[in-house]
Design a binder for this molecule. Structure first.
Ligand code: ADP
Length: 445
């Protein structure tokens, strides 16, 4: 419960409350003292004017300031202030502190002089001077103010702590759920997902976590599929080899030339499978070392076509090439694109019956050159077409095995084309033939 994030949040809030309260106490204390002082100076609870009226009456009765000292002292006791009376000329005639009698009052105090009028003319001035030390009443008032601030602060602090405890629970619960989910994932359970119940940063984190978990689960599934596909593809040729070799060892068959050919074919099959897998794995991991340079498309096509010449002829096929010599150069690794073309061409030859036609054409379209390999072969049923670029996907599994294909040729072609930034796709009509097209980037001139 008291993990560190919660504790830190709490400490931060308490600190903020403490600072706020201290600043309030200091500012309020200062202001209160100042206001109190002004209040007292302005006249206090009893208007000073009344004292002036009282003193005027006394002046009237005695016809002068003769006995004013005792009255001034009384007013001093009642008001708690120093009381000074000066005559019309500003000379002090009475002082509750009995100190300045006979001196001039002019400019001595900050407090305003209250005029004393008798018989319609000014006869003197009254000064009410507050004591410099705060009085007991004032100190009590300040104490009360400070106590209120303290109570307020304690109350605010308690509320803040409760609020932060509630809030930290709301914030930390999803984080704790995420941590628990990550720990389960670490132990190998890739099916964990966390509920996304908000749109804030934590909600987004939960969303990203779920996306990551799905992606990991998918990768894991792909990896398992690949391993089982590879095991499956390796098993058949190995079983054949073993069967033949055991039969020879046990003297059941003679190792004649035909048998040796058979065994040789099986090892070739294994060899091709292993090298195809290697190439595919490299391409999928983005580790292909592409040696790109500006190159002419017809050069690549020509080289591949020459290599397949005898196959085309021996199968009684017609191969036409329509690649204009003035096509723009493409920015590719000619070896890799040659490989793409070889895979497409060998498929076309394999799936086109004698007397059929194969066309290789290339056209420039904007920043791309599209190469098409078209055959008049058996075609691909529409339900299979979307999957022919998947690895180990074969339309007719038994037949393809006999011809040596394991369903990697198109997967490799796709990876190679995409490694160059291009695209590859297929169209096909059963009984009429197929067209495979791919795009290559035009080299910057
Ligand atoms: P393979 O190495 O077995 O030929 P590919 O990945 O090259 O595998 O092709 C996948 C499947 O697509 C093949 O098994 C085949 O059935 C089908 N296919 C590919 N090219 C053609 C084509 N030109 N005509 C008909 N079917 C084709």
């Amino acid at each position: 419960m008291w993990n560190s994030l919660r504790l830190r949040l709490l400490m931060a809030v308490i600190l903020v409350v403490l600072v706020a309260v201290s600043v309030t106490a200091v500012v309020a204390g200062r202001r209160t003292t100042g206001e109190f002082q002004r209040y007292v100076e302005r006249g206090g609870p009893i208007p000073f004017a009344r004292y002036a009226v009282f003193l005027a009456r006394s002046y009237d009765m005695r016809q002068g300031w003769g006995a004013v000292q005792s009255e001034v002292e009384r007013i001093g006791q009642i008001s708690g202030m120093r009381v000074v009376v000066a005559d019309a000329e500003g000379r002090i005639v009475a002082d509750s502190e009995n100190a300045l009698i006979g001196k001039s009052a002019a400019g001595r105090w900050r407090v305003p002089a209250i005029e004393i009028t008798a018989g319609g003319r000014p006869v003197g001035f009254l000064y009410m001077i507050p004591p410099t030390e705060p009085r007991e009443a004032e100190r009590a008032f300040l104490r009360a103010v400070n106590r209120s601030i303290l109570f307020g602060a304690l109350f605010a602090g308690a509320v803040a702590v409760l609020v932060i405890l509630g809030m930290s629970d709301r914030i930390l619960r999803p984080i704790e759920r995420l941590t628990a989910a990550a720990q389960r994932m670490e132990k190998g359970d890739l099916s964990v997902r966390v509920p996304v119940d908000s749109q804030d940063e934590i909600g987004k984190l939960a969303h990203a976590f779920n996306a990551m978990a799905s992606s990991l689960a998918m990768q894991e599934q792909l990896r398992r599929n690949l391993v089982s596909d590879v095991a499956h593809e390796l098993r058949t040729p190995l079983t054949n080899l073993r069967g033949y070799l055991e039969a020879v060892r046990d003297g059941l068959i003679q190792p004649d030339a035909g048998l040796i050919d058979n065994l040789y074919e099986e090892t070739m099959l294994l060899n091709r499978l292993v090298s195809d897998l290697h190439e595919l794995a490299q391409a999928e991991a983005g580790q292909l070392n592409l040696v790109r340079r500006p190159v002419k498309v017809d050069e690549i096509v020509q080289r591949v076509v020459e290599a397949f010449g005898w196959q085309v002829e021996s199968k009684g096929l017609t191969l036409r090439v329509d690649v204009p010599a003035d096509l723009p150069l493409v920015d590719v690794d000619p070896e890799r694109i040659g490989q793409v073309l070889r895979n497409l061409l060998s498929n076309a030859i394999m799936h086109t019956p004698a007397g059929g036609e194969i066309d290789i054409a290339a056209r420039a379209e904007g920043k791309w050159v599209t190469v098409a390999v078209k055959d008049t072969g058996e075609g691909i049923p529409p339900e299979h077409l979307p999957f022919v670029f998947d690895r180990f996907y074969r339309v007719d599994k038994s037949r393809s095995r006999l011809t040596g294909g394991v369903g990697l040729g198109l997967a490799i072609a796709k990876q190679l084309v995409e490694a160059h930034g291009g695209e590859i796709w297929a169209q096909s009509t059963v009984g009429q033939g197929s067209i495979f097209r791919f795009t290559l980037p035009v080299a910057a001139s």
